[in-house]
Design a protein around this ligand. Sequence first.
Ligand SMILES: [Zn+2]
Length: 223
Amino acid sequence: MQELENIFRVNSEKAKKEEIEIYINFAKNKYNGVMVDLVPHPVAHNTGWIEVVSGCMFSGKTEELIRRLRRAIFAKLNVKIFKPKIDIRYSKTEIVSHSEQALPSIVIEKSEEIIALVKDADIIGIDEAQFFDENIVNVVLQLAQMGKRVIVAGLDMDFRGVPFGSMPTLLAIAEYVTKPKAICVVCGSPATMTQRITDSKEQVDVGAIDKYEARCRKHHYIP
Ligand SMILES: [Zn+2]
């Protein structure tokens, strides 16, 4: 028991240092060229919270999710990562960014499955959250209520520029929101929109550079 308490204390001290470091870095620096509001509070980890990293395709959402989770793993925190079954783009058991960073993840069909799998996790990462069923909002709230740090990444809008799935609600309930930008392939401006370059009309048509480009508002159109 004493041993467990010691481990917990060490982890929590490490986690505290990590959070303070993030706080200082974000306070000092610009991130992706934009000042962001990312200030996870540097206090004891008995309060959960929700972070959302959201933007268009190729904006670096998954890289940012992986970066945060890696830091937590270095701090010896217990991390669990989930993604919906629909995203089989690169790997069945990992979350993988377009730049091919990867972390092992658990693929699930229904968002409620997460609750039973995270009993001993300190930090929960959820990738491609726009593809989960709408119960993902309750699941995320419940996890934060359980005292966990929940980091959610997902597309904020679909190819038409319409808010995607539960992302608008997740963005609203999050304590910390980061919206990284891509670069418009037409003009080089910061890009916030996902341009579909095929003529598919389905909201979900999983693909990467074969089907999508990042565009600014001016150069985005609905095909
Ligand atoms: Zn543009």
